[in-house]
Design a protein around this ligand. Sequence first.
Ligand SMILES: NC(=O)c1ccc[n+]([C@@H]2O[C@H](COP(=O)([O-])OP(=O)(O)OC[C@H]3O[C@@H](n4cnc5c(N)ncnc54)[C@H](OP(=O)(O)O)[C@@H]3O)[C@@H](O)[C@H]2O)c1
Length: 199
Amino acid sequence: MKIGFIGAGVVAQTLAKHFMAGGHEVILSNSRGGNFLEKVVSELGSKAKVATREATAEADIVILASPWHKMKESLKGIDWKNKILVDATNQFDMSTMKIADLGNKTGSEYVSELASGAIVLKAFNHVVMDWIKNPSEDQKTVLFIAGDDKKAKAKLSTLISDSKFHPCDVGSLKDGGALLQLGGSLNGLHLKVHASFTL
Ligand SMILES: NC(=O)c1ccc[n+]([C@@H]2O[C@H](COP(=O)([O-])OP(=O)(O)OC[C@H]3O[C@@H](n4cnc5c(N)ncnc54)[C@H](OP(=O)(O)O)[C@@H]3O)[C@@H](O)[C@H]2O)c1
């Protein structure tokens, strides 16, 4: 599969390495582009490419990996209809250093409103990237997925399994998303299972 990233920082680079090791291609975008991004991508290797946000959004799965306070700019101007968009963000606003107040809405529901028409899933946000930097042969980190579309969740599960992690569906975007986001009981959980574990 082709996996696009909106954002090219710690999350994008960490996940990109695992996805490429799992046989997939990655496309990275940010707001600035330029030499810095070219360098990041050339260090990742031949299965990695630079693109605009718009071109990145044409990938099979798009991962939203930009800071919360840059969310609107990160998603704007793209036709998201029927695109799989995985929200890997935490709803922490670095510009105010506060958790965003969204009322009863989850972060991913907010993302869904901005990326109108997208098939939004929540994943990857609940682990610190440092924890999953170095894969282990005998243990797999469990990566949780929330969302309302079964086919999209199956596609993301395949990507996660190919990348030597263990996918685990935690339910709908609203309820599962609430567990995964900052303040939820699964946020910050580094659960590992033996490599032979199946469920
Ligand atoms: N680091 C972790 O361990 C971790 C774990 C789980 C979840 N998260 C969450 O994941 C998100 C990303 O975290 P990170 O640690 O990867 O942050 P980061 O290292 O600061 O990277 C953020 C990336 O987003 C890009 N960006 C900023 N504005 C953008 C825009 N308008 N359009 C496209 N790209 C834009 C930045 O590049 P430019 O400024 O050049 O555009 C940069 O490449 C955050 O919401 C964070 O809460 C982080």
